[in-house]
Design a protein around this ligand. Sequence first.
Ligand code: FAD
Length: 433
Amino acid sequence: MDTTKMKTVIVGGGFAGINLAQQLLKSSQNIHVTLVDRNNYNFFPPLLYQVATGFLDVSNISYPYRRLFRNQPNFTFQMGELLEIRPDQNTIELSTGELHYDNLIIATGTTSNYFGMQNIEKYSLPMKTIDDAIALKNTLLSRLEIASRTQDKAERKRLTTIVVAGGGPTGVEVAGMLSELRQNIFKKDYPELADLSFDIYLVDGMATLLTPMSEKSQAYTLKSLTNMGVQVKLNKRVTDFQGERVSFADGEVIETRNLIWAAGVTSQRFKGLPVESYGRGNRLLVDAFNKVQGEGNIYAIGDNCLQTTDPAFTGGHPQVAQVAIQQGQNLAKNLVATMNGGNQKPFTYHDKGSMAIIGRNKAVTDLPKPAIHMNGFIAWLMWLFVHLISLVNFRNKLKTAYNWVAAYLSKDQHLRMIVKSRTLQEEEADHWR
Ligand SMILES: Cc1cc2nc3c(=O)[nH]c(=O)nc-3n(C[C@H](O)[C@H](O)[C@H](O)COP(=O)(O)OP(=O)(O)OC[C@H]3O[C@@H](n4cnc5c(N)ncnc54)[C@H](O)[C@@H]3O)c2cc1C
């Protein structure tokens, strides 16, 4: 590594980290970028639920960092988990060694939030990472296999009932997709289970689904999911799940082995930064230029930062991909400008709108200025187009487009192989004991 170059270490290669790295490498020859991530690949969270339900393959929505940045002389990748930051020494401690930085950027996103409920963390199925999506698919399919050979009626029902917790876009999308699987695939693939209803519940502690979206989007989503046979329960707070039944604050209980957890996220705290650096949801408090409060050369971008200086978002930005992308690009320009003696530009978010898909031909879109609401087929086409063009490279766009067309025409997909993890093998063995 050329020691005369500005050593910029980015921890986290999601939307924020990747956009920052790409923009920096494009804009200056005097910066060396080291990207650190706990995985060796970038992935696209908005389509995780399609991997979890067997509609897309992992390779459609992920890409290795070393391939993405191949032939970039000013780039290094290090796989590792950030453990500690030492601001006084300008170093960070990773699970795989120590790194020195001139500028450090933390872009580690969020993790699932279980709100301190340990049973839920232990027994539910989260939807946050590729590992989660693979585990979810394997577990649900394995449980259908177990149900198909189980004589115990109550257990068959528990194995084939699914509760999705969290009425945000992820929960809505998973519940909608599961409902389509039930209609088009489960009953055909599992004739032994034809007498079962495969109940799907979508539950949320709030009074509406898709809380940040328009009332029209919320109402359309509720009606569509209900028509698709999803049992939506609002104002319902999950309090416990020990693997066999979900308990709610109002005393209701749903018998199930499958609780999909999409009910909240939180950021991570890292050893070495004072407790005052963190705000709501463990998000790092940053100034208008994404510099971490009280630090000289440490920045935070994307989901893991809380910025209240943007006049239109004084409560902080929503934790969505566009904020992360735009913050990454703005910070790159500011770091290069500082090196060249130019002025920095405070971050302001350009809101391009929000959307959620519910099922085949059904989606909702809210555009901000002028405020326009769309639903149904047009919104669905928009959702497909926006998500397709947002994938990281041409190969992934092509493979995903092909899979979508095939799935749309055939109402089926063939990615339902159960790849057994050690945990799954243990669970199956338990059922035979
Ligand atoms: C299922 C799902 C669906 C979503 N759908 C949408 C959608 O439709 N539209 C939308 O706008 N947003 C959506 N989001 C939110 C969107 O994905 C986030 O806002 C966005 O990913 C934030 O980007 P980021 O770069 O801040 O973090 P991330 O994309 O989460 O990237 C963080 C990176 O940091 C790495 N990392 C984390 N901790 C460490 C550590 N300690 N050490 C090293 N590396 C670490 C991770 O491996 C990851 O690569 C969705 C999120 C999920 C989970």
